[in-house]
Design a protein around this ligand. Structure first.
Ligand SMILES: [Zn+2]
Length: 410
C-alpha cells in the first residue's frame, strides 16, 4: 500500500517514534524514545482516567496453559488467530490471545459478596495474534498488541449502567485526545461455527447493549458477523485520513465466560449467583491509538502528548551552558525538553528541525544576560522574550490541563 503524506509508518520512521527490524520480525515494532514518551503519556492518561472511575489495576502474565483457553472457548473459536502452542514438559502453554481468561481467574481467586460489585479490574497488558505477514505494517496490524483492557464483574441489574459509564469514559477520552468516532456499531454474530451456541444468552446480551445505546441517544448501526465469539459488542469505529475504518474501542456484555469459569458472588440472600462480565476498552490497543494520533496530528502532537515539549536553542556556544540549565529546570518541572546546540547547524536550520516541537526557546547574548528566553511557538507566533520561570509555568499549566492553545492571552 502506498504511504500517504500523514501515513503513520512514514512519520513513525521520519520522526524516530517507532520502527521494525526484519530480525525482530514482521509485525513486532519497537518504540524509540520519542515514541515511547508519547505512548507512556497516553498510558498514564488512561490509567488515571480508570483510577478516577473506580477501576483497580492488576498485572497478569502474557502466557497461559492451553487448558485455560480451552475453558474460555478461545481454543475452539479463535485458534486460527493464535500462535501455535509451546511444549513445556508435559504441558502446553500459549501466548495469550486476550486478557479475559486471566481476569476471570483473578476474580475467581477470591470469594466476592454482592457488596463488592461492580468490581472493575483493569490492565494494560500484552496479547498476541498470529496475523499473516502479508497484512502487517506499522502499528495497525501487529502480532504483539498492548491492550487497554478492563473487565467489570457485576450483577445483571448493574450491567447496563456499567456499559453506559464505559461509553461515557470513551467519549471523554476521545474529547481529551482529539479522537473522532466515525460511527458506533452494534456487532452481532453471523453464520458459521465461529460463535458459541446459546441463543438465549446472545438474545439477552444484545437486548442489554441495545438498551444502553438507545438510552444514550447515540446513533448506531447493527452489523452481523462482527461480534466476539462469546457475545455481542458495541464497537466505536474510527476512520484514518484516507478513509480506512477500524475498531478502536469496545464495550461488551458477556454471559458466556462467567459460565465457563463458574464465577459467582454471594448475594444478599446468602446464596451463590452468577455475575455478568462487561468487557471494555477505552482506547483499544496502544499501537492502534498511537497510529491514529500520529496521522490525526501529522506528528504535531498537542503539547501534553508531544515527545519533546520544549526545544532550547542557544544562538552560539557561549549560551550553551545556559541552555542546558534551562533544560534541567524544565525536566525538574516534569517537562520533556532538549537542547539543540550550534553543533547541529545554523539557528535557522535548528528552528526548522524542531518545527513539530510546540515550544522553542532561543537564547542569545541579550537573553542570557537578562535571564530570559525568546519564545517561538510551533504555529509561527513569537510571544517575545520572557523570564525562564514564566515560560516553564506556562508550559506546565498547558500540559496539566491538556490544552490545545499553546499561548492563551494572560
Ligand atoms: Zn475481555
Amino acid at each position: 500500500m502506498e504511504p500517504t503524506p500523514n501515513d503513520h509508518r512514514r512519520l513513525g520512521r521520519d520522526l524516530a517514534l517507532f520502527d521494525t527490524d526484519p530480525l525482530m520480525g514482521a509485525g513486532l515494532p519497537y518504540w524509540l524514545p520519542d515514541g515511547a514518551a508519547v505512548r507512556h503519556t497516553l498510558e498514564e492518561y488512561v490509567r488515571e482516567a480508570e483510577r478516577a472511575a473506580g477501576y483497580r489495576h492488576v498485572y497478569s502474565p502474557v502466557l497461559g496453559k492451553r487448558d485455560l483457553y480451552e475453558i474460555s472457548g478461545h481454543w475452539d473459536h479463535y485458534r486460527d488467530d493464535m500462535f501455535p502452542p509451546m511444549d513445556l514438559g508435559a504441558e502446553q502453554v500459549v501466548l495469550r490471545p486476550s486478557l479475559c481468561p486471566h481476569h476471570a481467574l483473578i476474580y475467581r481467586s477470591r470469594s466476592h459478596s454482592y457488596r463488592e460489585l461492580p468490581l472493575r479490574i483493569a490492565e494494560l497488558g500484552g496479547m498476541y495474534r498470529s496475523e499473516l505477514s502479508g497484512v502487517l505494517g506499522g502499528l495497525t496490524r501487529v502480532r504483539a498488541i498492548h491492550l487497554n483492557d478492563a473487565h467489570i464483574f457485576c450483577t445483571l441489574d448493574q450491567a447496563v449502567e456499567e456499559a453506559r459509564a464505559a461509553l461515557a469514559l470513551i467519549a471523554r477520552a476521545y474529547a481529551d485526545l482529539g479522537i473522532r468516532a466515525s460511527r458506533y456499531r452494534l456487532s452481532l454474530p453471523g453464520e458459521g461455527g465461529k460463535y458459541v451456541a446459546d441463543p438465549e444468552l446472545w438474545r439477552r446480551a444484545t437486548a442489554l447493549l441495545r438498551e444502553v445505546l438507545d438510552n444514550s441517544g447515540i446513533a448506531y448501526e447493527a452489523a452481523e458477523g462482527e461480534a466476539a465469539f462469546y457475545g455481542p459488542k458495541i464497537d466505536v469505529q474510527i476512520t484514518d485520513p484516507v478513509g480506512r475504518e477500524a475498531t478502536l474501542s469496545t464495550v461488551q456484555i458477556d454471559f458466556h465466560q462467567p459460565e465457563r469459569f463458574d464465577l459467582h458472588y454471594v448475594g444478599a440472600d446468602g446464596a451463590k449467583h452468577r455475575p455478568v462480565m462487561v468487557h471494555r476498552s477505552i482506547i483499544g490497543s496502544v499501537e492502534r491509538a498511537v497510529a491514529y494520533l500520529i496521522e490525526q496530528h501529522g506528528g504535531a502532537f498537542p503539547a501534553w502528548l508531544a515527545p519533546v515539549q520544549l526545544a532550547v536553542l542557544p544562538v552560539a556556544e557561549a549560551q550553551e551552558e545556559r541552555a542546558h540549565e534551562v533544560v534541567r529546570q524544565a525536566v525538574a518541572r516534569g517537562l520533556r525538553a532538549e537542547v539543540h546546540g550550534p553543533g547541529e547547524g545554523t539557528l535557522g536550520a535548528r528552528i526548522r528541525a524542531a518545527r513539530l516541537v510546540p515550544y522553542q526557546a532561543v537564547i542569545g547574548e541579550r537573553e542570557a544576560d537578562g535571564g530570559l528566553v525568546a519564545v517561538r511557538l510551533r504555529d509561527g507566533r513569537r510571544p517575545g522574550a520572557v523570564p525562564v520561570a514564566e515560560l516553564l509555568d506556562r508550559i506546565a499549566a498547558r500540559v496539566a490541563e491538556r490544552g490545545t492553545e499553546l499561548w492563551p492571552a494572560a
